[in-house]
Design a protein around this ligand. Structure first.
Ligand SMILES: Cc1cc2nc3c(=O)[nH]c(=O)nc-3n(C[C@H](O)[C@H](O)[C@H](O)COP(=O)(O)OP(=O)(O)OC[C@H]3O[C@@H](n4cnc5c(N)ncnc54)[C@H](O)[C@@H]3O)c2cc1C
Length: 390
């Protein structure tokens, strides 16, 4: 079936179908081989392992939903969610590097010119790492307050401003950057630019976080960085931001994988760890906490894949927003609860570096904060319910 735009705010419906069980098995073995063996050393060295990105590209996990003419697999969000879940079961932070490539890449190939599509093709091929460069010190959830200025000079644009929290910002080759071209126009003046990160007028410095390692986040400063006009994306802010709803489904899948791993570990530990002559899981309080966590995980699974299926069905964006926000909201809250439960089940040992569970609980803390926080999702859901919330 040929790609078809259901409406201008939506991505194409999937081109291909796939045996989903076989696809999941393939993603699982990739994650065990390429993430399981790599993430701890990369974390200790505080650097992103580029070889992981290249391996993901070779395996076809970059550009899962992109069309085949630029090297994509032409699959749906459902398959992208499967990949995200399986990778995140091993480590959600290397998984997020793939997520960033898929989101930034899709901005380029869905909305860009032939030149942008060529960058996306190279990203999918493992030759051009990209970063989403939106957030600023004074523009977090309030993206419309972006202050980075783009000023036209002949055939070029000159960028000035500072971005913060840019995942892989110092590792990337191209920064897919949101800037204001005309502050009088507000959000209508905002445009994305595919900026060469190696421009000497760009400075990067790492922001040390407790989370997301080993996919570091950076401050990125543009000091009169120059970008050719041909690197400006024509599409308006609203059209591109609509696509970010798909990113929210992937975020839900990311935290689904992570919480499943934490729950599996806690269930096994509760069966084997003995106190007072019996497994700790024989105590109702522990068993019930794990039963509750199981329901959190299963609800996350259903909401995430339901949202992905709705997205892939091609219904208009307005008819899928509620599903997307519900999945994102639940998954990002549930992962905190489930990892806290696992931490509690681990007792004092859970707080040591000898067990992985404290690290999992720390990683989960970023979930409710990014890609539209809990409050932003609640507001979207309330609006869809017809409530007069501002
Ligand atoms: C590890 C990590 C990786 C990131 N990667 C990227 C990246 O690759 N690219 C990128 O561009 N950005 C990235 N970000 C930025 C991320 O998207 C922002 O941190 C996020 O948008 C929140 O912005 P903020 O931190 O400024 O919080 P703020 O927007 O200042 O929010 C602070 C608190 O106020 C609440 N709040 C804000 N507005 C409202 C409202 N209207 N109603 C109710 N409550 C509200 C929020 O929910 C939150 O609890 C990353 C962040 C982190 C921590």
């Amino acid at each position: 079936m040929a790609a078809q735009h259901i409406n201008s705010l939506r991505t194409p419906v999937p081109l291909n179908t796939v045996d989903r069980d076989a696809f999941r098995d393939m993603c699982r073995s990739f994650a065990e081989k390429e993430i399981g063996t790599r993430w701890q050393q990369a974390d200790a060295e505080k650097r992103f392992p580029r070889a992981f990105y290249q391996a993901a590209a070779r395996t076809g996990l970059i550009g899962i939903t992109a069309s085949e003419d630029i090297g994509g697999a032409g699959l749906g969000s459902y398959e992208e969610a499967i990949a995200m879940e399986e990778m995140s079961k091993v480590n959600p932070n290397l998984a997020v590097a793939v997520l960033v490539q898929n989101v930034a890449g899709s901005i380029l190939y869905e909305h860009g010119s032939a030149e942008h599509r060529e960058i996306a093709r190279r990203t999918i091929a493992g030759e051009c790492l990209v970063a989403i460069t939106i957030t600023e010190p004074e523009a977090g959830n309030d993206i419309q307050n972006v202050q980075t200025r783009a000023t036209r000079e002949g055939d070029e644009w000159v960028l000035d401003g500072m971005k913060s929290f840019i995942t892989l910002g110092g590792d990337a080759d191209v920064l897919v950057t949101l800037a204001q071209t005309d502050s009088k126009l507000g959000r209508r003046g905002m445009r994305f630019f595919a900026v060469d990160r190696h421009d000497p007028n760009i400075e990067v410095s790492q922001i040390e976080t407790y989370v997301n390692r080993p996919a570091p986040t950076y401050r990125v400063t543009f000091n009169k960085a120059r970008v050719p006009e041909s690197r400006r994306l024509d599409a308006g802010f609203a059209a591109i931001m609509a696509g970010f709803n798909r990113e929210r489904i992937m975020v839900a899948a990311r935290w689904l994988g992570h919480m499943q791993t934490a729950l599996n570990w806690a269930r096994d530990y509760a069966q084997t760890r003995r106190q007072f002559g019996r497994p700790i899981g024989a105590n109702q309080s522990i068993a019930f906490a794990l039963a509750q966590a199981h329901v959190d995980v299963e609800a996350a699974r259903r909401l995430t894949y339901h949202a992905a299926e709705r997205w892939d069905s091609g219904v208009p964006l307005r008819d899928v927003i509620l599903d997307v926000s519900a999945a994102k909201l639940h998954s990002t809250q549930a992962v905190v609860r489930v990892t806290q439960t696992a931490l509690h089940v681990g007792g004092g040992w859970g707080l040591t570096t000898e067990l992985p569970v404290m690290r999992w609980a720390l990683d989960a803390l970023v979930a409710p904060v990014t890609v539209g926080s809990v409050e932003i999702q609640l507001r979207a859901i309330a609006k869809e319910m017809g409530l007069p919330v501002d």
